[in-house]
Design a protein around this ligand. Structure first.
Ligand code: AP5
Length: 210
């Protein structure tokens, strides 16, 4: 059960990966979350990548691949994993082939208009990483996480100029992976526009987890 969730920023990969990972009993490995945790803990890697994440550019392939290699070597990933946000370039996809074989790549399709609506309303709990949306998935108490009670923030890379750059970077560097995985017979596509529960049901069906 080695799955990759692929798709543009804000398509709902992280939201779904958390639930699908729970159902499948495998870890959710988000490279964005791993980088944000390094930034929060002010590690050497975190200090090195903070400006890159804030601008919406990609961290160099060698740095990202090494981080993923180490994470997937951990015991909990031995029975499978959901990779969310990796690979994001062809060299990363090639490197992943040497780390672990992929069973399926799930592509989240969403229009640019919908992506911008989702990212402009996203709020996150900085400690737990739990994600909300001011309209589509609001917390019970406005501005605060339901679980940890911490104050919700706007991710720096959800500011409009960074979103514009992230979309550009996705089209230029990540979209070629669609053809790459289609040619290898691994690609499964999903319409990411319905409500979360409906998207979840479709993923479970597509990945044979029902
Ligand atoms: P990362 O954290 O991976 O960002 P991303 O891919 O841009 O993805 P997002 O987290 O923005 O979106 P998502 O698809 O998970 O959507 P979400 O579920 O939150 O990467 C951040 C940065 O790290 C990169 O820019 C780069 O700098 C660096 N990085 C990471 N990986 C890298 C790599 N491999 N190589 C190099 N650099 C790398 O949902 C979005 C919003 O919509 C939420 O508010 C949510 O509540 C809402 N929502 C979700 N589903 C629905 C629904 N069905 N209906 C309505 N609203 C919904």
């Amino acid at each position: 059960m080695n799955f990759v969730f692929l798709g543009p920023p804000g398509a709902g990969k992280g939201t779904q990966a958390v639930e699908v990972a729970k159902k499948a009993g495998i870890p959710h490995v988000s490279t964005g979350d791993l980088f944000r945790s390094h930034i929060k803990n002010r590690t050497d890697l975190g200090l090195k990548v903070q400006a890159i994440l804030d601008s919406g550019n990609l961290v160099p392939d060698d740095v990202t691949t090494e981080m993923v290699r180490q994470r997937l070597a951990e015991k909990d990933a031995s029975k499978g994993f959901i990779l969310d946000g990796f690979p994001r370039t062809i060299p990363q996809a090639k490197a992943l082939e040497d780390i672990a074989p992929v069973c399926a790549v799930l592509l989240f399709n969403l229009t640019e208009e919908e992506i911008i609506k989702r990212l402009s309303g996203r709020r996150v709990a900085p400690g737990s990483g739990k994600t909300y949306h001011i309209h589509f998935n609001p917390p019970k108490r406005d501005g605060f996480c339901d679980h940890s009670g911490e104050e919700l923030i706007i991710r720096p890379d959800d500011e409009p100029s960074a979103v514009k750059n992230r979309l550009h970077v996705y089209r230029a560097q990540t979209e070629p992976l669609v053809a790459y995985y289609r040619e290898r017979g691994l690609l499964k596509e999903i319409d990411a526009s319905p409500k979360g529960e409906a998207v979840f049901g479709e993923i479970v069906r597509l990945l044979g987890l029902d």
